[in-house]
Design a protein around this ligand. Structure first.
Ligand code: NIG
Ligand code: FE
Length: 418
């Protein structure tokens, strides 16, 4: 077989080879490191991964691109499995409020926060939303991200805006090298028109919106903001169970600020992931471990909320919960697309090892999108989504924080950033 692309002399090839399932405990330490590694690609797939030279069945011709990765570190394409990518406007005015001590929930309760982004997203045209999100995707790609999850949730009761967000994500998935996986999240806040009528809003989501999202194949997952003053545990259960009936796999914003029991609910109904978990209870974490619900941790959100509180990542891993790591990129609680910075925060602040961090940013992130069989590791047969870092080893990428270490990004077998 003739390879299209060969990456050779790789000082540190971090393959993440292993079972194509969410990794737990010490499995998160084994990143399948190959010294002096080599990878061969044909079309959009990896055809060989090993050490030293290629076996003779894998040939090259004058069209084969050969990359010499001496002194470099190579990993699977990063997976950012929790973002609110498509939205209008930005919320830098909240910084002054936060510096004066206002909390996220106080700003939301006063009609700001998510509501202000809902207004901006309603006003924005399809083209404006597309252009803004495309710029963010370019930044993400330059930082080594090859797959992104994108939630709706800035239309709420305005279904046209929810659809507009999902359609923008769909079009970007077609047009942009980065793959996008969509999540339907109209249950992101209680719209002002439904204040004290949450039940009616839930009916609208379940009866009018979900069937249409299913019919138009606009999302793979359903998500809900289970939080004090937003959706209760019972309301969240109702929404996510209805979502499952419409073919949407459940995800949940759980115990981000108050310990409501979101982690417990995630285990009870079998969510694919429970995200945030800053205030998750010991019992909730244990229940998630039993059901292998992925904990999607978002340290840059904690950083930006200025609460000083972070998810108990070490404990969550010790209990046997598979951990993924994501940006949560959104205009309010986490205005950054920078997955490499998030990886540094996960280590420096949450105390995860570099091995746990890269596992969370690749194979476990892929699993939280139910894509662990296609992406998330460098193995023959998987999609050729690969990052070449200008870094001598994995630790360096995480330790030397706040800058972009990417040398090249390969997506579907093509060099898309260098
Ligand atoms: O994951 N907490 C709810 N949703 C987002 C924030 C969205 C926003 O503030 O616009 C989050 O933090
Ligand atoms: Fe979020």
């Amino acid at each position: 077989m003739i390879a299209d692309l060969i990456i050779k002399n790789i000082d540190n090839l971090i393959t993440l080879q292993g079972p194509n399932k969410p990794r737990v405990k010490e499995e998160m330490q084994d990143v399948g490191l190959i010294k002096n590694g080599i990878v061969a690609i044909k079309d959009d797939k990896i055809i060989y991964v090993g050490k030293g030279d290629l076996p003779k069945e894998i040939e090259k011709d004058e069209n084969t691109i050969i990359i010499n990765a001496k002194g470099k570190t190579v990993t699977p394409g990063l997976v950012d499995s929790h973002t609110h990518l498509v939205h209008g406007g930005s919320r830098e005015h909240e910084l002054a409020m936060k510096l004066k001590g206002a909390t996220y929930l106080e700003i939301l309760e006063a009609g700001g926060g998510i509501h202000s982004t809902v207004n901006a997203t309603k006003k924005a045209t399809f083209e404006e939303l597309y252009e803004k999100a495309r710029k963010s995707l370019d930044i993400m790609l330059s930082l080594g991200v090859t797959t992104v999850e994108a939630k709706s949730g800035y239309g709420l009761d305005d279904f046209d805006t929810e659809i507009k967000q999902l359609e923008v994500a769909k079009k970007l998935d077609e047009d942009h090298p980065v793959d996008i996986v969509s999540t339907f999240m109209a249950a992101h806040a209680i719209p002002p028109a439904y204040k004290d009528k949450t039940n009616e809003f839930i009916e609208l989501i379940i009866k009018e919106m979900m069937p249409e999202v299913e019919k138009r194949n606009l999302a793979k997952f359903c998500d809900v903001f289970c939080e004090e003053g937003v959706f209760t545990v019972d309301e969240s259960r109702r929404i996510l169970e209805a979502g499952m009936e419409h073919g949407l796999f459940p995800k949940i914003h759980a115990d981000e600020i108050k310990p409501l029991g979101g982690a417990e609910l995630a285990a009870e109904i079998g969510c694919i992931s429970a995200d945030h978990l800053v205030a998750a209870s010991d019992e909730g974490i244990k229940m998630m471990a039993d059901k292998k619900v992925i904990a999607n941790l978002l340290p840059a959100t904690s950083f930006n909320l200025q609460s000083g509180k972070y998810a108990r990542a070490k404990k969550i891993i010790e209990e046997g919960v598979p951990v993924a790591i994501s940006t949560d990129y959104n205009p309010g609680s986490c205005p950054t697309e920078n997955m490499q910075l998030v990886m540094s925060f996960a280590s420096i602040i949450m105390k995860l090892t570099p091995e746990e961090v890269i596992t969370g940013a690749t194979i476990n992130g892929a699993a939280s999108l139910k894509l662990e069989k296609e992406i998330g590791s460098i193995e023959a047969g998987k999609k050729a989504d690969i990052v070449i870092f200008d870094a001598p080893n994995l630790e360096y990428i995480i330790y030397h924080f706040g800058i972009n270490h990417t040398d090249k990004v390969i997506k579907n077998g093509k060099i898309v950033f260098e």
